[in-house]
Write a protein that binds this ligand. Sequence first.
Ligand SMILES: *[C@@H]1O[C@H](CO)[C@@H](O)[C@H](O)[C@H]1NC(C)=O
Ligand SMILES: *[C@@H]1O[C@H](CO)[C@@H](O)[C@H](O)[C@H]1NC(C)=O
Ligand SMILES: [Zn+2]
Length: 307
Amino acid sequence: MRSYQIPFLALLTGVASIPHEGLTERDESQSFCGFKVPTDNDAATISRLKEFDSDYAFSSNQGILEVAEPIVVEMNIHASLPTDSPDDYASEEVLEKQFDVLKTTFAPYGIELTLGTISRELNDSISNLSGGKYAGNYGQLSGGPPALEDYWKRTRTGGYKSAHLYVYHQIDDGFIGISSFPELERPESDFWLDSVHLLALTLPGSTSTIWNQGKAAIHEFGHWFGLWHVFRNGCLPGDGDMVDDTPAQVDNHYGECPTDADSCPSLEGLDTPWNYMSYGGDACFTGFTDGQVTRVHNMFHNIREVV
Ligand SMILES: *[C@@H]1O[C@H](CO)[C@@H](O)[C@H](O)[C@H]1NC(C)=O
Ligand SMILES: *[C@@H]1O[C@H](CO)[C@@H](O)[C@H](O)[C@H]1NC(C)=O
Ligand SMILES: [Zn+2]
């Protein structure tokens, strides 16, 4: 196992949230995810992190994954739903489809997902992610009401590289997804807070007009693996999302898929609503950049595998 120590990475804090589709007009996406100006700590973190990117270079062009070994992640899925839910609501079959979407999407990037447990509980006290506590400016979950904390503690098994997807009937504050971010100094006593939380409305085959193919979960796991939004910091000079090959953009293109948008015309490159770390939506999302995949491998081997 590789074990570079990069203490600065502990300073990285998490983001991650997409708003409910109905909130688009109010532009909640931007108020939830923010365009934070990088602090000196962020800049230091970025430069330390980038030193290691070359060890994990990924090239989709050549079909070559130059990393030493693929990432293998056990994916566990837990749905908590109202007691009066119909059998076909977020059924095990649908949850398995969600797993298949994740597995198929991440596989070409040298990220192998294996299926751990799938559970589906009908329990009104945990079907609604409300009263969550959020750390910092970014919506990273730092706690919740007693019933939810109990639920997470009894179901979030495994180490820091063990993935858990929680699916809820409802999430407050307009979120459709929330994710933690890899932190080098995450204490084991906090692992129960390390997971992805997802609105059932985004599962494959749902009635949502934008999030109906299960790709919101891919976006959230992008954060879990260490990626920021491609529109982070908009057109501000600097290193927006900390990844070199994602052009700066200020428009998050919520549910839209323009091919020629350029919301930062004075900076290089067109907008990438197709990027999983944008908000283009399921009909638009098609991929990650090589730089993003490289970063994911870097962060997984140097953070999730060693914490
Ligand atoms: C979820 O809980 C919050 C806070 O208790 C409440 O305001 C909201 O109406 C609930 N949503 C649903 C769908 O039960
Ligand atoms: C519902 O979940 C809570 C929180 O984990 C738990 O305490 C309670 O026993 C569960 N209820 C049932 C009926 O399983
Ligand atoms: Zn996000």
